[in-house]
Design a protein around this ligand. Structure first.
Ligand code: F6P
Length: 365
């Protein structure tokens, strides 16, 4: 008898392009290579607690790799170890992890693959400590997970943001305006940096480099004097001025990370407007467009590699690990390594140096 016969799959946290590619790869490789049964829990860890799942077979996962979102549904709120239920109209939290453990036992589940960012992988790690055979797959458009070079979904988000910049460029030039694009990324500036470089932004503001608005204004003015009467600014949602705070849009108390950022684009516009009243400024907030739509081929391939590697890792007994891309190799790293710290842009790293070399201002000098 094999040690592993049936595995469960969960997509947790905010969705991102490529989730379906992982679901397809896990299911196909589990069935075709190892003769396993696969079930998918619905709506993230909520499905594990509520015992809500579907059987995943070859037919169910056929033709889904190029489709955005997740056929299993997801949520960035439900944590079995701190699970909120509505009691007389009031959300109250309790530890429902034993209920989830019982469900897994009753189902005869031998292993669990968790596709998630740092919040979901924290939960995965807690289940690993309770003895569940868990393997994680690194997902997030933010690309902020430690212990992997890239998370799947990130490059599609960059593609979307870069396309938006191309479009903003033409209208900025026609109207001689300053165009500000606010992108996601939480506390890391990866999306802003990569999209900004790809989309030839003049100014990129990221959380890792606090900005000084006078430096931003100086860049716009310098361009104006050179006859370039428009400028493109990319602002990461987590960017903040020197000695200033990030702009919090709202709080989601039931979430692993309750802070939702947003609004820095408008703030930067007002700060510039206060100093350059003769220039027109417009703000675009790209928002959840970055999370939706079809994954680009890079993400479909990476997600497929991760999915296959996750099943291989479970079968090889590499429990409590996460699949990770290092160079061009997929390896396994302890989940604890991945959730230890957020991976942020190195302000002195080569990407920043390259950007500065082609004249990009980070608003700091
Ligand atoms: O972590 C992914 C992400 O899209 C962040 O970039 C963003 O800050 C957050 O999730 C938005 O969360 P929500 O889906 O709750 O609006």
């Amino acid at each position: 008898m094999k040690e592993i016969n049936q595995i469960g799959l969960i997509t947790g946290g905010g969705d991102c392009p490529g989730l379906n590619s992982v679901i397809r790869a896990v299911t196909k490789s589990a069935i075709l290579n190892y003769g396993l049964e696969v079930i998918g829990f619905l709506d993230g860890f909520k499905g594990l607690v509520e015992d809500n799942y579907i059987q995943l077979d070859l037919r169910r996962v056929s033709g889904i790799s190029h489709i955005g979102g997740t056929i299993l549904g997801t949520t960035n709120r439900d944590n079995p170890f701190n699970y909120y239920t509505d009691i007389a109209g009031q959300p109250q939290s309790s530890d429902q992890s034993e209920r989830a453990m019982n469900n897994m036992r009753n189902l005869g589940l031998d292993g669990l693959i968790v596709i998630g960012g740092d919040g979901s992988l924290h939960i995965a790690n807690q289940f690993a400590q309770k003895g569940v055979k868990v393997v994680g797959v690194p997902k997030t458009i933010d690309n902020d997970l430690a212990a992997t070079d890239v998370t799947f979904g990130f490059n599609t988000a960059v593609d979307t943001a870069s396309d938006a910049l191309d479009k903003l460029h033409t209208t900025a030039e026609s109207h001689h305006r300053v165009m500000i694009l606010e992108v996601m990324g939480r506390y890391a500036g990866w999306i802003a940096l990569h999209a900004g470089l790809s989309g030839s932004a003049d100014v990129i503001l990221i959380p890792e480099i606090p900005y000084n608005i006078d430096a931003v204004v100086a860049k716009i003015t310098q361009r104006y004097r050179q006859g370039k009467k428009f400028s493109i600014i990319v602002v990461a949602e987590g960017a903040a001025p020197e000695n200033g705070e990030m702009v919090v849009q709202n709080l989601v108390p039931t979430s692993h990370d309750p802070i939702r950022l947003g609004g820095i684009g408008q703030k930067v516009a007002e700060e510039i407007g206060g100093r350059l009243s003769q220039i027109e400024i417009r703000v675009t907030v790209l928002g959840h467009l970055q999370r939706g739509g079809s994954p680009i081929p890079y993400d479909r391939i990476l997600a497929t590699r991760y999915g296959v590697a996750a099943v291989d890792a479970l079968m090889a007994g590499k429990y409590g690990t996460m699949v990770s891309l290092r160079g061009n190799e997929i390896i396994n790293v302890p989940i604890v390594e991945a959730i230890k710290d957020l991976r942020k842009v190195d302000p002195n790293g080569s990407m920043i140096r390259v950007a500065r070399s082609v004249g990009v201002s980070f608003g700091d000098r």
